[in-house]
Design a protein around this ligand. Structure first.
Ligand SMILES: [Zn+2]
Length: 227
C-alpha cells in the first residue's frame, strides 16, 4: 500500500481539541464543585459544550472543562474567585456574543432548551428565558438561563451580602423593574445538587430562596385569613 494513502486513512488524532463553535451564545460557567459532579455535567451537556464558546472561572474541581473552554481561569483570587456573584459578574463582562447562557455546574439542560429559547427572543421585550428544576424550587432558576447579553451586562450586580436575596429572585425583579419580560418553556432542568454546593456557595442562597417562598406564602395566608 502506498504510504501516503495509509496516512489519509488514519483517524484524526486531535479532533477533540478543535470545535467549530457557533458564535451566537457564550456559556458563562463559574465552577465550585467536586470533579465527579463536573464529569456528570460534561456528560449531560456535551452537545452544547461542543457547540458554543464556553468561558470558565474555576474555583474548584473544573479542570476537566479546560478542553471545551475558550477562556479558562483557575482562581482562588478573592476579587473574581469569591463569592459566586463576583465570578459570575467577571464572566458576564467578558461575553461578546448576542446571547449569554448562564449555567451552574450542577445543572443538566433538557434537549432543545437553546433552540426553543431563541424563538422566545423574537419578542423584543423578552430579556431572558429561564427554567425551574425537575425538583421544583418554586421559581425560575438563574443557573439555567439565556439572556440578551447587553441587558444582562447592564443589570447584573447580584451579591448575596448586598442584595439579601437569592440570585434568581433578585435578577427577575431587576428585569421586571426595567420593563422587560422573563420567559420560560414547558421543560425543566435537572439539578445535581451535591453536598459540597450546599455547604459551600449554595447554602445561604438556598436558605434565602426558602425564606422568600415562606414569606410569600405567609403574606398570601395573611391576606386571605387575617385581614
Ligand atoms: Zn433562587
Amino acid at each position: 500500500m502506498d504510504p501516503k494513502n495509509r496516512t489519509s486513512l488514519k483517524p484524526r488524532a486531535c479532533a477533540r481539541v478543535h470545535f467549530d463553535k457557533d458564535k451566537k451564545i457564550t456559556i458563562a460557567l463559574p465552577v465550585f464543585e467536586d470533579p465527579e459532579i463536573v464529569a456528570k455535567f460534561i456528560d449531560g451537556n456535551k452537545e452544547i459544550l461542543e457547540k458554543y464558546p464556553l468561558i470558565v472561572i474555576d474555583r474548584n474541581g473544573g479542570e476537566a472543562l479546560k478542553e471545551y473552554a475558550s477562556f479558562y481561569r483557575k482562581t482562588c483570587c478573592p476579587t473574581i474567585g469569591l463569592p459566586l456573584g463576583s465570578s459570575r459578574g467577571f464572566l458576564i463582562g467578558r461575553v461578546e456574543t448576542e446571547f449569554t447562557l448562564n449555567l451552574d455546574v450542577d445543572v443538566l439542560l433538557p434537549k432543545h432548551f437553546v433552540k426553543e429559547s431563541l424563538k422566545k427572543f423574537e419578542d423584543p421585550k423578552v430579556a431572558v428565558v429561564a427554567l425551574d428544576y425537575e425538583n421544583l424550587q418554586g421559581h425560575l432558576a438563574f443557573g439555567p438561563s439565556i439572556w440578551r447579553t447587553e441587558i444582562l451586562q447592564n443589570l447584573y450586580d447580584w451579591g448575596l451580602w448586598k442584595t439579601r436575596k437569592c440570585e434568581c429572585i433578585y435578577m427577575w425583579g431587576k428585569v421586571r423593574g426595567a420593563k422587560y419580560k422573563v420567559e420560560t418553556l414547558g421543560m425543566r432542568a435537572k439539578h445535581l445538587r451535591s453536598v459540597s454546593i450546599l455547604i459551600g456557595q449554595g447554602k445561604r442562597g438556598f436558605l434565602n430562596c426558602s425564606w422568600n417562598i415562606l414569606s410569600r406564602l405567609y403574606t398570601r395566608f395573611k391576606r386571605r385569613f387575617l385581614v
